[in-house]
Design a protein around this ligand. Structure first.
Ligand SMILES: [Zn+2]
Length: 173
């Protein structure tokens, strides 16, 4: 048995009814606060940044060190196995010389951004960040770099707890 509705009960409102105030209305600005979980791997990664450390996950099957850490290996289709710290030194994988800031405004002095593959992680595993302590003419792919950390009390559990990556000095590791 099916019930058919041929006519909706009530009175249909038009836009004009709203504009002319024929309907009771209220306006408010909600003070909404949001919180969400970054997930197991990313939460630990952010927490460790606050301590000035970079953490990765290992996969026993393909013997890779995944960074940033992930709880699942996309090569083996299985959960990763353990946490491991990697170093805060690495190699510039790619870079851009940008004359636009983060708000897409034109800037006279370029910012240098790109991907660093980090020592201790598997090849091509890295993070995107700023480069400093070098000019646009000096930066090159393959350059050895080291993280410059914010002072501990200013760290917030963010990738910006690292100010950027600067050239690794002679004999420095
Ligand atoms: Zn794997």
């Amino acid at each position: 048995m099916t019930a058919r509705i041929s006519r909706w009960p009530g009175i249909e409102l038009t836009a004009a009814d709203l504009h002319e105030g024929k309907v009771t209305q209220t306006r408010f600005r909600p003070d909404a606060k949001y919180a969400w979980s970054a997930g197991e791997a990313m939460s630990r990664f952010l927490e460790e940044l606050q301590n000035g450390r970079l953490i990765a996950r290992t996969c026993r099957k393909c013997a890779r060190v995944l960074f940033p850490p992930r709880m699942f290996c996309e090569e083996c289709f299985r959960p990763t196995d353990a946490w491991t710290y990697i170093r805060d030194t690495g190699t510039i994988e790619t870079f851009s010389i940008s004359y636009l800031d983060t708000d897409a405004r034109r800037i006279p002095e370029p910012i240098l951004v790109g991907v660093v593959s980090l020592d201790g992680a598997s090849p091509k595993m890295g993070m995107m960040h700023y480069f400093g302590g070098m000019t646009k003419d000096e930066i090159r792919i393959g350059m050895r770099v080291k993280a410059v950390w914010k002072p501990k009390e200013e760290r917030r559990g963010s990738v910006l707890d690292i100010l950027g990556f600067r050239p690794l000095g002679e004999g420095e590791s």
